[in-house]
Design a protein. Structure first.
Length: 70
């Protein structure tokens, strides 16, 4: 897949409750919660992955990428 632009969106990680410092369960039972950079929970998130959004995606056949350019 070819991507024209990859924008930074936020992080995936464990969100903690500011008052108790206990982990907050994720909304859908996933291991990590997705938190945008403008989300007020960001300072209370222990991030383990960065999340990006992909724009202008074009599906490609891998065989096309191995052909020499003319």
């Amino acid at each position: 897949m070819l991507v024209e632009y990859a924008a930074l969106w936020g992080v995936a990680g464990v969100v903690y409750e500011p008052e108790t410092l206990r982990p907050v369960p994720s909304e859908h039972g996933e291991r990590f919660t997705l938190v945008a950079y403008d989300d007020p929970r960001l300072p209370w998130t222990l991030a383990c992955r960065e999340v990006v959004t992909l724009h202008g995606c074009t599906a490609m056949d891998f065989e096309d990428l191995t052909q020499p350019a003319a």
